[in-house]
Design a protein around this ligand. Sequence first.
Ligand code: HEM
Ligand code: CU
Length: 635
Amino acid sequence: MATDVQVQTGTEVHHEEDNSLWSWITTVDHKRIGKLYLVSAFLFFLFGGIEALLVRAQLTVPNAGFLSAQTYNELFTMHATTMIFLGVMPLSAAFFNFLIPLQIGARDVVFPRLNAFSYWVFLFGAIFIQLPFVLNLVPGLFDAPVVPDGGWFGYANQTSAKFSVGLSIDFWMIGLQIIGLASLAASFNFITTILNLRAPGMSLFRVPVFTWMAMVVNFLLAMSLPMITIGLVLLMFDRNYGTNFYSPERGGDPLLWQHLFWLFGHPEVYILILPAMGIVSEVLPTVSKKPLFGAPFVIFSGILIGFIGFGVWSHHMFTVGLGPVADAAFSITTMIIAVPTAVKIFNWLATMWGGRIVFNTAALFSISFVGLFTIGGLSGVMHASPPVDLQHQDSYFVVAHFHYVLFGGAIFGLFSGIYFYWPKMFGVMLDERMGKASWLIMFIGMNLTFFPMHFLGAQGMPRRYYTYDPGLNWELWNLVATIGAFILALGVLITTIAMIRGLLGQGEKAPADPWDGATLEWSLPTPVPHFNFQTVPTVHSDRPFWDEKHEGGPPVSQGKINEDPHKHVEMPPPSFWPIIAAFCVGMTITGFMLGGGGGEFNGGNFLNQVIFQGVFAIALLVSLLMWIKEDPTPR
Ligand code: HEM
Ligand SMILES: [Cu+2]
């Protein structure tokens, strides 16, 4: 029975043929949207990395004059904002998009056009928040800072119109609102898809761990994004219309911002790490040729982390004087959250224990994820103790901590996913020799960069200072950290080159199941047909494809279950309304930039804002009406 079928679905010809720009602009195919996220997010990751290298270059020696204090503030703010919101989050979304329907046995997500809309809103927001770098190049255009410079958590009231007079905070504030909308729309899509489009027989505990972690993440997004959205709206009102939510001199409270930000900000760190944990939970069993040890516990601990993650936010505020009761409570909840995290670590170790491990690149990144994340996790437990945190807060010890969990954790996990899923996504293998070289150099570079920061922090070096005096004993480890950062960059460069070669189709043609996988995505041909499953399989376990191949289990692979390989599969047609609606919604939100009154209400500016927003809001309405009127019925 033929396995590799090509079926014409209405107007959207199968991808292999049509690679025109228009087909990418109008695509509503989750696999293509996943690839768009992967490429754009990886570019932003590289951008964030270059910003980090500039920051490190400035700190190589005491009193370096490489960057001004203002430029330094802009670079670490944009480094962090870019890495988190334009790097790690959309890289995770790339895997959500490509993998979730394939893992659960679906032909696409529930709302394909909303999925496309999310991507284009993300891209609009990403370009908008980077725009100040370009505007800054025009001499004399602005007489005050425009590049966001208030740090990634923009503490009030340093972000008020009084202390941040330029548009820097407005670009940051409005950019995050637009990007937040993209994540919110996507989260509803994925939650609804996972709960409604599973293949027959795929009960919740037969859903692969990656998809489970994706579900937890999307619930965290849906529940935490409103917190920062409210915080940003209050900040916008303070800056544009003269309200006083955060200004103490007029009865407001800057701590309100910290509570709202970290009510989002701490769940955000799990939004950053859980996708990588999901990938590692797919890679380690596959390369160990063993089922994931205690898979239900790995899933439950992910769910628990999601819940407890909403109850620890004030551990970021142990130094603001909340008092012993609040400090004790948040110290306890923070220590408790270490337990489900540890469960995962021990389950990954138990999975590898006694396994016939294949040390391919994906395996190396996943195995080192376990070690590096544990180092970051241990310093996290230290910070859970308020007296210890009083010493570490705002020092390089904290910078070391979150880079071990974010780089050693999130990035290493995502890189493992890139090497593991690239064959399925792009039809060619990534070069394993380059991959292993990249891993080794990144592993050495990352530890040389971030481990010395523990020492610098313990020796009292504060974060966010653009320089330091000689004689404080910080010279050696700063030099080592900068050298490490450039070694790390070299490792990332090798993977970048391997990916470019992969995008150009260079490299070994990928088989459908290169790693002997256990879940449905590996049972599909490569390249994956536009409609994914010609016949949706019935699932009888959490390792259906492994059981078919190695345990004599019921067939799930298309080659085995396709009754009629030429049966017409109905798929939604391409649409350009998502990109138009995304542009209109982006412009409408951008309109808030016009209403600025320098901390007081300015009628003239407000009128400009309303007119500008009115025009785009009407255009948005029209595009949504056309979207609704569009005949989405599959052809
Ligand atoms: C490419 C390697 C990286 C290097 C060399 C690097 C270096 C740095 C340095 C030196 C700082 C401290 C600046 C200061 O406080 O003065 C910093 C801050 C930060 N980095 Fe990175 N970083 C890297 C990757 C990442 C990644 C992958 C993430 C997140 C996913 C990240 C997130 C952050 C955050 C959140 C801050 C705090 C910024 C702030 O204080 O507002 N970094 N980074
Ligand atoms: Cu936290």
